[in-house]
Ligand binder design. Structure first.
Ligand code: UDP
Ligand code: MG
Length: 321
């Protein structure tokens, strides 16, 4: 990575998108060539198992600005994004999905806003998600509401990972000791001057989503535990509430005993045992979430492993981050 970089880097996490790639390349290239500024397109092949690798190699033959970063194994959308953003060389770095749900035609507007208004971050905000399923819309709305409470109002609602970052933001991200930051939260948290550009979220052009419910839940759990210790306190409150309720039950039992109404009493016993058991399990689960986070932080394993980067000659000692 020597010499001055291009003006713009476009980072695309790609996982098994062989059918979307030709369309993406055509539309993206038209937009970027029109800009008439030096750019690079950094496709991060997230361990694809279909023909994606071959397609990318084919595209590269006729598109010198295309750079391909291949990860050794599938590491997930977030990790692939990080890999691309960290390795991008541009003065501005735009991240975009490979499936054309984010229109590349918005990129010049993002760049213009960044320059004219002196912004370091320009979020792509989905003006209309009517093309997404009701379930996805509903869960996304809940997620953003929670994140705005945890991180602050600077987290734009309905902003995914279609955004522009300035070099200053990227450098600061790289300096963070956190190895696996959730970009869509950490970027607003950094507090750089930021703006929004709204766009219509389109349907996937080809292939199918790689974000099943389990991954969405994983991202949500990571988002919460990376920004808030409130659930741990919730455990304390639940424990206190449990103790209070049990205390009341004890008083009730004593009164019933004094009144001579000492029935067999198994319902109260049963309720108390179940309730306490539930509270304890819940608290253990919450602790487990944080312990897991501490565990991964202590291991400090890189979130992704780079196999090859077409911008760098093969390095026998193995490329790092
Ligand atoms: N992606 C990736 N690694 C994965 C899953 C997805 O790099 O393990 C890429 C995928 O190719 C796409 C982007 O991340 O470019 C967003 O994924 P997808 O469109 O499946 O998510 P959705 O739009 O359905 O939330
Ligand atoms: Mg998509």
């Amino acid at each position: 990575m020597t010499g001055p970089g291009p003006t713009l880097s476009v980072v695309i996490p790609v996982f098994n998108e062989e059918s979307a790639l030709p369309l993406l390349a055509r539309r993206l290239r038209a937009v970027l060539d029109d800009l008439a500024e030096p750019y690079e397109v950094l496709a991060v092949d997230d361990g694809s198992t279909d023909g994606t690798g071959g397609r990318l190699a084919g595209l590269r033959a006729g598109w010198p600005q295309l750079r391909v970063l291949r990860l050794r194994r599938n590491s997930g959308h977030q990790a692939a994004l990080l890999a691309g953003v960290f390795r991008a060389r541009g003065a501005y770095v735009v991240s975009i999905d490979a499936d054309l749900q984010d229109p590349p035609e918005v990129i010049p507007e993002m760049l213009r806003r960044a320059r004219v208004d002196g912004l370091d971050v320009v979020h792509g905000v989905r003006a209309d998600r009517s093309r997404d399923t009701a379930f996805k819309r509903w869960t996304a709305a809940g997620y953003y509401r929670l994140m705005r409470r945890l991180v602050g109002k600077q987290v734009p609602a309905q902003a995914g990972d279609f955004r522009l970052l300035s070099r200053a933001v990227v450098n600061e991200l790289r300096e963070l000791p956190e190895r696996n930051p959730v970009l869509r939260l950490v970027v607003p948290w950094l507090g750089f001057p930021s703006g929004e550009v709204s766009y219509q979220r389109a349907e996937r052009v080809a292939g199918r989503t790689k974000y099943p419910l389990s991954r969405m839940l994983g991202l949500a759990a990571e988002s919460v535990t990376s920004f808030s210790a409130a659930p741990l306190r919730l455990a304390t409150w639940l424990g206190l509430a449990g103790v209070a309720i049990c205390g009341t039950l004890v008083v009730v039992a004593v009164l019933a005993w004094a009144a001579g109404a000492t029935v067999t009493g198994w319902p109260s016993l049963y309720v108390a045992v179940l309730f306490l058991g539930a509270v304890q399990l819940l608290c253990l689960g919450l602790l487990g979430e944080y312990v897991a986070r501490i565990y991964t932080a202590v291991q400090a394993r890189p979130p992704y492993l780079v196999a090859t980067d077409t911008a760098e000659p093969a390095d026998p000692t193995g490329p790092g981050r």
